[in-house]
Design a binder for this molecule. Structure first.
Ligand SMILES: Cc1cc2nc3c(=O)[nH]c(=O)nc-3n(C[C@H](O)[C@H](O)[C@H](O)COP(=O)(O)OP(=O)(O)OC[C@H]3O[C@@H](n4cnc5c(N)ncnc54)[C@H](O)[C@@H]3O)c2cc1C
Length: 341
């Protein structure tokens, strides 16, 4: 087990955390950037190309964009830690965080903390969805789409994630059916137009998924979904080889429950034009505070504000001495890893 102290610890290496790291490093705060499971954040796993991040005349691959941000952060003095934080205590400064990756455990202490843990895919919450998760039910068209080459798939959802997933799958699957509970998409216009012009894409409006149907022997696999007309209540079966769930994302803030003020959906509360949370010295940026826009560019902008506010906080509140260990054993409750990353 090792211990590390830093003036600013940044939790999360998506656009928000990476930008915060660039700004904090340029302020000479020598930040530590803890990546979590998904170094680079959502753009590395959910979308093949990013077309709306300024500075790239041609679409840039999500992993390439995030690799550039990481390198930029390192080049100006950020130390990147490939670790997953499993427990946090922000009841006093320095803040304490417990990292655990494989058999390696690291205790971090930090004078200021920037929370940029992003968001995670939301599931329908059906028992049958759970049964077939990984056996025909997925929330990641980029990773799992390849298994559906020349097969028929259903995508459920109507926002950017669903339309993007359906577009990505339309290049592989023989047919993509989008099931949406409303009568129009909420997605960006350019994506909607692209999707609706695809010959192998159908949309079933005003329907919800009631159940995933499949076989259990000898292996589990999906054969269809039961869909319900939300207006009439009529139920019918739709044959499919796979179901992609793309109904939105929830903020990855479980680590901070009962420690930071949050709204009912789990978004961390901050002031207007501010990334300050309910705990002085803890800033939050990106999807964890943003139920509305959730874009790489908005996350990056908030990351820069968080770093600037962390710098100001540290000037106004010089570091407290590091508290002695509270017991001979681990100071964090020993429990299984949780939270995303
Ligand atoms: C399908 C899809 C397509 C999209 N396409 C676009 C697009 O084209 N353009 C655009 O601008 N935006 C797009 N977005 C939105 C964009 O990806 C997000 O708004 C953005 O990534 C949010 O950045 P973030 O830094 O707040 O969080 P994230 O990118 O989610 O990063 C979170 C980071 O926190 C880390 N983390 C989480 N938990 C822990 C933990 N316990 N310990 C340590 N680290 C942890 C993760 O590993 C990760 O590094 C898309 C989203 C989806 C789902």
């Amino acid at each position: 087990m090792s211990a590390r102290h830093t003036r600013v610890l940044i939790l999360g290496a998506g656009p928000a955390g990476s930008t915060a790291a660039i700004y904090a490093a340029r302020a000479n705060l020598k930040p530590l950037l803890v990546t979590g499971r998904r170094a680079g954040g959502q753009l590395t796993t959910t979308t093949p190309y990013v077309e709306n991040f300024p500075g790239f005349a041609e679409p840039v691959e999500g992993p390439v964009l995030m690799e550039q941000m990481r390198r930029q952060a390192e080049n100006v003095g950020t130390k990147v830690m490939y670790d997953i934080i499993t427990f946090v205590d922000i009841s006093m400064r320095p803040f304490r965080l417990q990292g655990g990756f494989g058999n390696t455990y690291t205790t971090y202490t930090a004078d200021a903390l920037i929370v940029a843990t992003g968001s995670e895919a939301r599931w329908l919450g059906l028992p049958s969805e759970k049964t077939f998760k990984g056996f025909g039910v997925s929330a990641n068209a980029i990773f799992d789409g390849i298994f559906y080459r020349n097969k028929e798939v259903v995508v459920v959802g109507g926002g950017d994630s669903a339309v993007q997933a359906a577009l990505d799958l339309s290049h592989l699957a023989s047919k993509v059916t989008v099931v949406h509970r409303r009568d129009r998409f909420r997605a960006e216009s350019i994506l909607k137009d692209r999707l609706l012009s695809k010959p192998n894409v159908d949309v079933i409006w005003n329907h919800a998924i009631d159940e995933v149907i499949g076989e259990h022997e000898p292996n589990k696999w999906v054969t269809g979904v039961r869909i319900r007309d939300v207006n009439t209540g009529d139920v019918r079966e739709l044959p499919t080889h796979g179901l992609f769930v793309a109904i939105g994302h929830d903020p990855a803030t479980a680590l901070f429950r009962d420690q930071l003020d949050m709204d009912r959906a789990g978004y961390i509360k901050v002031g207007s034009w501010s990334t300050k949370t309910s705990v002085p010295g803890v800033l939050a940026a990106g999807d964890v505070i943003d139920p509305m826009f959730r874009q790489a560019i908005t996350a990056a902008a908030m990351g820069s504000i968080a770093a600037l506010q962390a710098e100001k906080f540290l000037i106004e509140h010089p570091p407290a001495p590091i508290a002695p260990a509270r017991s001979a054993g681990p100071w964090w409750p020993v429990r299984p890893l949780h939270g995303g990353g």
